[in-house]
Design a protein around this ligand. Structure first.
Ligand SMILES: CC(C)(COP(=O)(O)OP(=O)(O)OC[C@H]1O[C@@H](n2cnc3c(N)ncnc32)[C@H](O)[C@@H]1OP(=O)(O)O)[C@@H](O)C(=O)NCCC(=O)NCCS
Length: 171
């Protein structure tokens, strides 16, 4: 991985009180991202944002000058059954990882993904794998995830686009 200078910033786990912070960040998202990521259309009422924050998953944000510049969600509810081995794997899902426009390629995505992986390592019972879906065309995201050891385990089509399911095993 190439070395990059990342400015000093705060990583924060968002809670119920962070409605205004999140609302400002969501203004950056494109209509497509809004629809795909949050299913709320293009406007965010206070109530919608409160609902997002009340969900049981974790939301980690990078803050700079008291504004969110990067955000990623971690869903902590999934187990996967492998019939051939008759075992359940405890897994978490990373989704809706994004940074504000204008600061791509400066290491923010790397920093946030590192934090999401560390958070996964701290969860109980211990997490065995992290999984996510990404569009095959999203070269930046596929590169980012590959850098952290995520492997493509499946290719699937959704809404006329090719996606990858990627998995990272935790030690
Ligand atoms: C994907 C995203 C989070 C990456 O964040 P970022 O801060 O730009 O990424 P980083 O600067 O940490 O770079 C991560 C890696 O991606 C590579 N990369 C960045 N932009 C790239 C591009 N356009 N094409 C190919 N690789 C790219 C970098 O070179 C780096 O790899 P390296 O360290 O081996 O050189 C960001 O582009 C984004 O928010 N995109 C829109 C939302 C999105 O697509 N989210 C993912 C949904 S699954």
């Amino acid at each position: 991985m190439t070395e990059r200078k990342v400015r000093k910033m705060l990583i924060k786990e968002l809670g119920k009180k962070d409605v205004a912070l999140l609302q400002t960040f969501l203004l950056w998202l494109t209509p497509t991202a809004l629809k795909t990521w949050y299913h709320y259309g293009t406007t965010f009422t206070r109530q919608n944002v409160e609902t997002i924050l009340a969900n049981s998953d974790y939301k980690l944000a990078c803050l700079e000058k008291n504004k969110i510049v990067a955000l990623g969600h971690l869903h902590d509810f999934a187990w996967k059954f492998y019939p051939e081995r008759e075992i359940h794997h405890r897994r978490v899902r990373i989704c809706r990882l994004g940074i504000v426009s204008g600061i791509t390629g400066q290491g923010y995505g790397t920093l946030l993904l590192m934090e999401l992986i560390e958070k996964s390592r701290l969860l109980k019972p211990p997490v065995e794998e992290i999984y996510l879906s990404v569009s095959a065309e999203n070269k930046a995201a596929v590169k980012l995830y590959s850098n952290f050891g995520f492997k493509i385990i499946q290719e699937f089509n959704d809404r006329a686009q090719t996606n990858y399911e990627m998995v990272k095993k935790l030690d």
